[in-house]
Design a protein around this ligand. Sequence first.
Ligand code: MG
Ligand code: MG
Length: 246
Amino acid sequence: GTYCFYASEMNERMQTRSKLELDLQSGLAKGEFTLFYQPVVDLEDNKMKTCEALLRWNHPERGAVAPSEFIPIAEETGLIVPLGEWVLRTACAEAVKWPDDVAVAVNVSAIQLASKNLVNAVLGAIASSGLSPNRLVLEITESVFLKNTFANLATLKSLHQLGVRFAMDDFGTGYSSLGYLVSFPFSKIKIDRSFIAGLVDSVESRAVVRAIADLACNLNMRIVAEGVETAEQRDLARALGCTDMQ
Ligand code: MG
Ligand code: MG
């Protein structure tokens, strides 16, 4: 019941995409992916307590491809499952070499969770690296709870029983339903960087950060200010009740 005019860019866009899809598949085998580690620092003693593993793709012709470009494709094609498994294995193997009190955080996609492979992937990564499960933090976003809530919660809880910790990522941007915070034992909430970017100039951002920090504190969770880039933002994050910054 609709129509659409053809434009040659459509063809080009589709070709670029399917090429990227193919390259993505071979990229994993060719070792084109690397992990960058971004520190999360305790605002009380200024010590690094966690590092978040961030996936980067170095394309042989295109150079660095932005995660915002390739992660959605990896999710749509299901490649996120083997890719996510590689990230878990690599990050855990790296983290064993760090001091005992530094944990590693790995982002987990809703697709990985739905694939039923996540528990095995985590168990495999822990077993092969010898990393203590409580040094692994899995970062999940709210999208995880939008579908298959019951099955997803059961999977997450079984991992939690192993000692793995969980962080609610990018909090404040999606639906930010508070129900998730009550029904699942998160050990930290990460406030999305968009609020931190506004800390200095926006009263509204400060109000939101303060409210989330109060909530997290009362729920006995740590509260991470994401994307802190200046000393001023750091001081405000600390004053508003954040316990950590990234
Ligand atoms: Mg994250
Ligand atoms: Mg984040």
